[in-house]
Design a protein around this ligand. Structure first.
Ligand SMILES: NC(=O)c1ccc[n+]([C@@H]2O[C@H](COP(=O)([O-])OP(=O)(O)OC[C@H]3O[C@@H](n4cnc5c(N)ncnc54)[C@H](OP(=O)(O)O)[C@@H]3O)[C@@H](O)[C@H]2O)c1
Length: 253
């Protein structure tokens, strides 16, 4: 796929050390965007940036923890210094820690809320001014939030809190259009279905079995198939906002 009008854009992708975020960063850079890659693992970010640069792209590794105010403030300063105003923000970083509610693992609930919801808010707030400025200059400006089909799934034991954080992201995306759309900034909520990434490998045996069952039943998307969708929505003419995109393996119901 080729998306000509991504050339010259300045993007920030959170969670770009692996999986969907890595694929989005590589894809946007291949289309000529300058891309700041955020995550906590420096080595992984450096490896992705090296790959992008070796292929002729422009990329910047920014080690940051989206759950931490000071870390995000420093990251924003670094990105502004290197690239100036950002016009495409992809809120992709997320964690999934399935657990039965009766175990009351407050720290795990908090980690998902802090990353999947408050982290998204922190990054959105940090770059809201940039997006408004970019749109005011007459260019495209995009906020793309990576939610999940889990925002809608029921009957999937152990994933209630993860699903609740993603439902919050989906609803937040819709509500944020009230603030961003009048300023010419698009907000797109992307809800992936089963996608082959590291996210499941961090789960305990029970969690891996649950996800393994989904992969067996439905197959799985590749992170680059998700990246293709992000590149597509961000490269439409500026007045076209795909507000909500659910992307599933064809067999996933
Ligand atoms: N895979 C699926 O089936 C699927 C389906 C629907 C939705 N999603 C969503 O897609 C997004 C990407 O997930 P993925 O599947 O690509 O999994 P992944 O490979 O585990 O990617 C998650 C990324 O988020 C980063 N991250 C986590 N916590 C962070 C923090 N506090 N600060 C900064 N970066 C952080 C991780 O890097 P560091 O550890 O280096 O920080 C990693 O690069 C998530 O929001 C996930 O919920 C995935």
């Amino acid at each position: 796929m080729s998306y000509e009008n991504l050339a010259g854009r300045t993007a920030v992708v959170t969670g770009a050390a692996s999986g969907i975020g890595e694929a989005v960063a590589v894809t946007l850079a291949a289309e000529g965007a300058r891309v700041a890659l955020l995550a906590r693992r420096a080595e992984r970010l450096d490896a992705v940036v090296e790959k992008i640069v070796a292929d002729g792209g422009q990329a910047l590794a920014v080690v940051a923890d989206i759950t931490d105010d000071a870390s995000v403030e420093a990251a924003v300063a670094r990105i502004h210094e290197a690239y100036g105003t950002v016009d495409l923000v992809v809120n992709n970083a997320g964690v999934m820690i399935p657990n039965p509610i009766e175990q009351a693992p407050v720290d795990e609930w908090q980690a998902m809320i802090d990353t999947n919801l408050t982290g998204v808010l922190r990054i959105t707030g940090a770059f809201a001014g940039d997006l408004g400025e970019a749109a005011a200059r007459g260019g495209s400006a995009d906020l793309v939030n990576i939610s999940s089909v889990a925002a809608h799934l029921t009957g999937f034991p152990g994933f209630a809190v993860y699903g609740a954080t993603k439902a919050a992201v989906t609803h937040l995306s819709a509500l944020l259009r009230g603030e961003f759309s009048p300023r010419g900034v698009r907000v797109t909520n992307v809800e992936p279905g089963v996608t082959q990434t590291e996210i499941a490998s961090r789960l305990d045996a029970e969690g891996q079995e649950a996800i393994g069952g989904l992969v067996e039943a439905f197959g799985a998307l590749s992170p680059y198939e998700l990246a293709d969708v992000v590149a597509y929505v961000a490269s439409r003419p500026a007045q076209v906002n795909l507000r909500q995109v659910m992307v599933l393996p064809t067999r996933q119901v």
